[in-house]
Design a protein around this ligand. Structure first.
Ligand SMILES: [Mg+2]
Length: 413
């Protein structure tokens, strides 16, 4: 990690910085060859209209990537972002989506949400969990602990990253059974705001409560593909480049969920985040997930869900639609949660608020789909694209900023 340097790289030129770092063997960015390919493809792409952008998704994916910001630039959003902007945006966006969905996760149907919050459903922050505004639920909690495990592994040079992440998740588990931090706690375990039980997933709890760490050979909850692994795994892509992010995310998935589709969806999500942080456009990064090689039920179910999401997003020229989200699924299971987030992120075409609201206003696992969509939108468009008035209210805002600072510090050193 210490070999990773940003000095001498022009500020505000994310792709140039990434290319420079790639030659230095960075954890965070793709290879020089990949970036050269991206630039070539971007040059080829210039002059194309903005319509039918998802036609490019598949061709981009086959070629693995492109630096294309048409989605963001359509809305006048920043087109030049630093990796730091994207890392912070990913974590803040995840917390924001989590908070927007927190109060409606268990209402059961979109009609029930509309009956309570009006015809448009939730249109802003609400109170949940006994009156907490913009709550930090298990999705954000576990994401933060995932990040802490990865940060600790990077700083210590640990060769077994999965163990470090597992230990961090055991610290999260401890927050679910205590009301206050232990007196000698440090790091996230010392953060009072995280000691709150916010509907954690059963597989996450039982997997971590098992006497030993789950492995590929002996996964915990081998039949479970709940979305609890996807929703916590964005940080793998904030620390590592695509292949390593995916590999580590999959290895850590089986600590709580062993179904092949959960493993596959989580790995692809981590790789997707890694590509976004590296400056790959949302369309191109999704294209890469669509074209990922693989066989078996995990690859098939994940691909089918993502392909459906992309088809629907392509047709949703007026922005994301509730009926499309329902057609993708409810988000309780991994591939549906990932696909809903991808649909909303693509279909909003840079309108981040529209994407976040579409990701929560449905009858399923609103806070998890909101968190995953928020991770993607924040990584794609950066922290400044998130509505500041909402971000300021986030329950665990200070903790998220501290972890984002630590992640960004990894880039700097
Ligand atoms: Mg939750």
């Amino acid at each position: 990690m210490s070999s990773l340097r940003r000095s001498g790289v022009p500020a505000g030129v994310a792709n140039d910085r990434a290319a420079t770092l790639a030659t230095a063997g960075s954890l965070l960015f793709p290879t020089q060859a990949l970036w050269s390919s991206m630039r070539r493809h971007h040059s080829d792409r210039r002059g194309a209209g903005t319509g039918g952008f998802l036609l490019f998704v598949r061709s981009f994916g086959r070629r693995h990537a492109s630096h294309d910001q048409s989605c963001g630039s359509e809305r006048g959003i920043l087109t030049t972002l630093t990796p730091a902007d994207r890392v912070r945006g990913c974590l803040l966006g995840g917390h924001l989506g989590d908070a927007l969905g927190a109060g409606i996760e268990f209402l059961g149907t979109l009609d029930a949400i509309r009956a309570k919050h009006g015809p448009a459903g939730v249109t802003g922050l609400t109170a949940s969990y006994g009156g907490v505004l913009a709550a930090c639920t298990d999705d954000t909690q576990m994401t933060l602990f995932t990040a802490e495990g990865l940060i600790g592994a990077a700083r210590s040079g640990s060769s077994d990253v999965a163990v470090e992440v597992y230990r961090a998740h055991l610290r999260w588990l401890d927050t679910q059974s205590r009301r206050h931090p232990p007196a000698d706690a440090t790091g996230l375990a010392a953060e009072r705001v995280l000691y709150a039980r916010r509907a954690p997933g059963n597989a996450c709890l039982s997997g971590l409560e098992s006497p030993d760490m789950g492995t590929f050979a002996q996964p915990r909850n081998p039949n479970s593909k709940g979305c609890g692994t996807v929703m916590r795994s964005a940080p793998f892509g904030l620390v590592h480049a695509h292949d390593r992010a995916r590999e580590l995310a999959e290895e850590c998935t089986v600590q709580t969920h062993g179904h092949p589709t959960g493993i596959r969806s989580t790995g692809l999500f981590a790789g997707l985040v890694a590509d976004l942080v590296a400056g790959v456009s949302l369309q191109a990064a999704v294209g890469r997930t669509l074209d990922a090689e693989g066989s078996g039920i995990g690859a098939r179910e994940t691909h089918d869900a993502l392909a459906r999401a992309v088809r629907l997003a392509e047709a949703a020229t007026g922005g994301p639609r509730a009926e499309d989200v329902a057609a993708v699924g409810a988000g309780w299971i991994a591939e549906e949660a990932l696909a809903i987030a991808v649909y909303c992120a693509l279909a909003c075409r840079g309108d981040v608020v529209a994407g976040l609201l579409a990701a929560v206003n449905h009858g399923g696992d609103s806070d998890s789909t909101g968190a995953i969509a928020g991770n993607l939108l924040g990584a794609a468009y950066g922290s400044q694209a998130l509505p500041a008035r909402w971000v300021a209210e986030l329950e665990a805002l200070a903790v998220v900023h501290r972890i984002a600072d630590d992640l960004i510090d990894l880039i700097d050193h």
